[in-house]
Design a protein around this ligand. Structure first.
Ligand code: 48F
Length: 263
């Protein structure tokens, strides 16, 4: 039975519109579909939360695809292995307490797990700003097409409400930077109240500190993955990824607490 172009168009627009409208009021909005954002969203969806990820690229996976210097392998430590195994990723033991996995397999399977758990992933969509409500609480995401940004077109964004917003934008920590730029005198829940900034590579320290750095950094706004280290002044760690998965899982736990507390 042939299908007309108009029916193809209707199917796509109706499907998109239904899901988009359904996402207008989220429990948790995650900016960035790297390992941290994806893991966070997966655990939240498994708990029954309404969660969406907004990824400005056309592809998900963030810095994971390219492994180390384009060798498509990533290193994962024992502490994070159970999370990655939960995505059905095959892990090759390496030395004492470490594993190597195929980065393409890891991205694909963790994406599949998140989608199966109920996460909605919007690609080509940038979080360009946040919604702010009483007492400067972050209360949602302001969205635009990445293509609009790249073309430098003056097009107003749309918005979705969320009880909690997660900055999982990696090294940029773009959502926290936006909050600091747009709210005069804003103070983060860091010691100085300011963004400390990412330190040069030191894998051992970066991995040791990332879970502790995974916190609510501003009312209604959590930092996850490399964004957490970038805000709290910890080192980067290169192609070892266990901390990203562990940070993602902790972010889900913190977000769950905030959603339950009705923040
Ligand atoms: O960079 P990314 O993979 O962050 P992560 O989950 O993991 C970091 C590791 O990949 C690696 C590392 C390992 O030791 O250091 O760097 O913390 O994923 C971040 C994603 O966020 C997207 C970006 O395209 C990437 O896919 N992103 C960044 N800014 C925005 C955004 C934005 N404003 N709106 C939507 N997506």
């Amino acid at each position: 039975m042939p299908i007309s172009e108009i029916e193809v168009t209707r199917g796509i627009v109706e499907g998109f519109t239904k899901d988009f409208l359904d996402s207008l009021q989220l429990d948790v909005a995650v900016a960035g579909a790297g390992p941290a954002g994806m893991t966070c969203a997966y655990f939240l969806a498994k708990e029954g939360h309404k969660v969406a990820i907004f990824e400005r690229n056309l592809h998900v996976g963030g810095g994971m695809w390219g492994g180390g210097m384009l060798f498509p392998r990533i290193m994962i430590q024992e502490e994070a292995a159970e999370i990655v195994r939960g995505f059905n990723v095959r892990l090759e033991p390496f030395g004492d307490g470490y594993y190597v996995s195929d980065s393409v397999e890891t991205v694909s399977k963790c994406t599949a797990a998140a989608v199966d758990a109920g996460v909605k992933i919007w690609i080509g969509v940038s979080v360009e700003d946040v919604l702010i409500r009483e007492e400067d609480r972050v209360a949602g995401v302001v969205l635009n097409w990445r293509a609009v940004e790249l073309a430098n077109l003056h097009v107003d964004p749309l918005a979705m409400e969320a009880k909690v917003v997660v900055d999982a934008t990696g090294h940029e920590a773009g959502i926290v930077h936006t909050v600091m730029r747009k709210i005069p005198g804003a103070r983060l829940f860091t010691e100085s109240g300011q963004i400390v900034g990412e330190k040069p590579m030191w894998a051992e320290v970066g991995e040791a500190e990332i879970v502790d750095n995974t916190r609510q950094v501003y009312p209604g706004l959590l930092v996850s993955g490399m964004a957490a280290n970038a805000i709290y002044g910890s080192p980067r760690m290169g192609a070892i990824f266990g901390g990203m998965f562990l940070s993602g899982r902790k972010t889900a736990e913190l977000a769950t607490e905030l959603v339950r507390a009705g923040v």
